[in-house]
Structures are given as C-alpha cells and as structure tokens.
Design a protein around this ligand. Sequence first.
Ligand SMILES: Nc1ncnc2c1ncn2[C@@H]1O[C@H](COP(=O)(O)OP(=O)(O)OP(=O)(O)O)[C@@H](O)[C@H]1O
Length: 516
Amino acid sequence: MIRPKILLRLIHINWVLVFHGLDEIVLKTHLFRPIRYLVFLSPTFWLRRGTESRGVRIRRALEDLGPIYVKFGQALSTRKDLLPEDIADELVKLQDKVPPFSSSIARAIIEKELGIPISEAFAEFDDEPLASASVAQVHTAVLNNGEQVIVKVLRPDIEQRIRSDVGLLYELARFAERFWSDARRLRPREVVMEFEKSTLDELDLVREAANAAKLRRNFEHSEMIYVPEVHWPLTRQKVMVMERIKGIPVGNIEQLRAGNADFKLLAERGVEIFFTQVFRDNFFHADMHPGNIFVELPAKYLAVDFGIVGTLSESDQRYLAENFLAFFNRDYRRVAQMHVESGWVPGTTRVEDFESAIRSVCEPIFEKPLKDISFGHLLLRLFQTARRFDMHVQPQLVLLQKTLLNIEGLGRQLYPELDLWQTAKPFLEKWFHERLGPKAKIQKALQQFPELAEQFPEIPALVIKALNDAGHARAQMDQQNRELHLLRKQIERNQNTTLTTILIGAAMIGAAILLQ
Ligand SMILES: Nc1ncnc2c1ncn2[C@@H]1O[C@H](COP(=O)(O)OP(=O)(O)OP(=O)(O)O)[C@@H](O)[C@H]1O
C-alpha cells in the first residue's frame, strides 16, 4: 500500500516531468500508471513549449526534483557511452549549477558552526558563491594571513531532504522488487541502502576533510595529482575551509586544447592514479565526476570533493587483481574456480556452470580489441553473472566498479586511443609480485606468528638477560659446589654414610634446580 506522503511525492515527480515536457516518461512508465492521467490536467501538456532540447528538459526536471536526483544525473553524465551525447552534455551542467542558497544563510551557518563572526575568521569573504552543488555551496575567502581558501557550507535542511528522497527511493525499490522479477536479483533495496549511507556520509565535512588530508599525504610529492590542504582550525561538521586551487575543469576540452594539454599523458595518469589508490594505498576517491577534477597544464590533476571514498580489504584487492588477470588471459575456468574456492559463491556451485555463464557474458566483450575493453563494464557483467549464482557483491566493490567506469569515461573522453589494459597491467603484476612473491610469503609467514614478530626487536635484550641469568646461576652453582665440598669433608669427618648420601643428594638437586 502506498503511503500518502509517498503518493504525494510520486504526484510531484509526475508533475515535474510533465512540467518539463517529459510526459513521454510518465505515459510509458508502469510506475506512474495509477496517476498517469494527471498528465492531461497539466496546461503544459496542451501548450507544449517545445523550444528546449530534451537534454535541457531532463536536466531541469532533475534539478527540480532535488539533490538526490541531481546526484543521479551527475553519475550519468560521465557515461557518454551509455547516454546520447546531447543528454550527457547537458547533465554535465548539473555539477555547479544547482541554484544557490542565499549568502546570508551561508554566513549564519558558518558563524554558528565556528562560534565567531565571519569578519573575525576571514580577512575577506565573497558573498557570491563560486559553486553551488547538490549537497553544499562553495564560497571563496581570504584568511587573515592572506591565504586564498574556499569555504564549503552544507545546504540548510539538506539532511531532511535527503532522508525524504531516500525514503521515496526505498519505496520505489520495494515496488520494483515486488512487480519486476529481474529487479529482485539486483537487490534494489540494498542499492538504496548503500546510496543512503554514502550520501549521508557526505553530510559530515570533518570526515570529508580527514579524507582529503589522507589523500594529500598519499600523493604528497606526486607529479600526477595535487590535493589541496585542509585548514583545520576553521573546519566543522557543516563548514570546511580548504586551500583554493585554480585549474582548468577537466570537462573543458576546448580550454585544455588551447593550453596545449598533454591529453595522452592525462588519460594515462588518470588510470595510474586510480590503480595506485586501489592497489598501493587502498584508499580511493570514489566521486570522480568531471566537476571535481581540474587540470594544471600540461598534465597534472587537481582534485576536490572528498565526500565519498572507498577502501578494499586485502581479499577484495586479491579478488580484483586475480580476476582481471584471469579475464585478460580468457581463463574463465580460473575465474569460476576462484569464486568457488574463496567462498564468494556457495560451495555447492558447479564450477562448469559458472564458467560457462561467465564465458557467454565475456566472449562478446573480448570481440573488441583489448584497448577498447572497459574494465568497469567487464566487472559489472561479472557481478551480474555472479549475482545469479548467489554471490553477495560487497558494496565497496560496487563503489569501485562505478569509479572505474567514471575513470574510463573520463580517460576516453580525453584520449580516445587510451589503452587501459597496457596502463593497468603493470600495476596488477606488481601487486602480485609484492603480495604473492617470495618476499611477501616470508612476510606473510611472519604475520602468522604475530607474537614472535612483535618480540623481534626485544630479542637482543632477551639474549643478554638469559646470559646474565646463566652467569648468575653458574656463580651460585660454584658456591653450591664449595658448600658441597665442605659438607662432604664434614661428613667424612662424621663418618655418617647415610646422612652423607641424603645430604649429597639434596645438595645436587638444589644445584640442578638453581642451574635450570
Ligand atoms: N579547493 C577548491 N578550490 C577551488 N574550487 C573548489 C575547491 N573545492 C571545491 N571547489 C569548487 O566547488 C565545486 C563544488 O565543490 P564540491 O564538489 O566539493 O561540492 P559538493 O557539494 O560535494 O558537490 P558534488 O557532490 O555535487 O560534486 C567544485 O566543483 C569546484 O568547482
């Protein structure tokens, strides 16, 4: 049964779609069937404006529907291979062009969070926002020491809006599971849950600042990417102050071309940065849409927006690396075996069945030349197949797969000839060598004896102590021997043989205990 609030929201969505001339969607989608006739009540249905392109209409509809839908549109905008170009081009504009909220509200939030007036915190504060995105708004400012910074402020009431939109998404997921058998396999409710978690995580700017700081440390002296520095004294849950970077937005190909950017190097570095983050640092920026990436000519990236990051466990890393290598050798049996052996799919799975399912999904992909194969797409198909065999795909792997699609989309937009496999292969091989080579095996063995490994630094001290103890024991034994000798003399003198035996025995036992 649809709850009244949700029904109202559905009517709202329906209205927004019609308002923006997207009534085809309303009329075609099963979901809106109960309320589809409302379309005819809309004046816009009869007075078709018809002047704007479909891309503009979709973008406007998403903006009107709120931040969650804006984020959805952003995710789609990097997928020129999936979306018609005119729509993708329009969705790119979603990034910085969400209508801003008033600067007086921004000032009030900042002052409340910092507990001091703006004039005390900053030498200058620009009321005109630099960017206004779905979750936050960004202003430029100058610190009292003259440093140029950006001030990121969360949108007012963003949390309630997200919660209510996510509520609706849950409802849609529930419908989908009930009425659409294919959807059940995709576990839409879990997908929404993950989305909710990652979106709500974005609402803590201290957490984002900590992510930025960690990424900055990981690429401290890198030629490939620069991460701006957080200004911690003025950073709170709803306000983050960070060094201002100036670069060319990566989506602005014309400007990059005019500045003689090295497109090939940029595309390769994009892939290299990603694989470094995944396999070396185990910490990756997972919101790589073009609005968050800038370029310093000729080929250095500048990154912002660290709200969503991903990490992988060692077994996830291994899963990825082994699968990629097996895939590219077209060793589907190995892929299937690995899934069964590692317990990713139930032990009862027939390897042959799984192998043939993977083969039928992958062979068409490998029809293309290696350089045109999308890793992200390949992973996606693997997950889809594995799901059919009851594999529970870990959310962090899904996040990684989405990021990979973004990186590939970006790389190919910059340099269509990009050979992903050639760029990625050395990383996977190096990872294998480091993790599974002889040196790694020794390290692993040591890891299995943590107490022993822990005591290694103390071993010299322990040896000295043991020698000291032994020396002490020897001195005591000498003393004991001397006493024994005296005793023996005395016994001889007393000529009491029984007593002699008992005493010698006792003394020898005492000496033995001491020596030990
Ligand atoms: N350090 C910075 N220096 C210069 N510009 C910045 C900086 N940080 C953010 N910006 C600008 O502000 C925009 C929005 O910032 P950010 O992406 O962090 O906000 P957001 O609300 O998380 O947006 P979204 O999640 O929609 O990408 C960026 O696209 C960029 O144009």
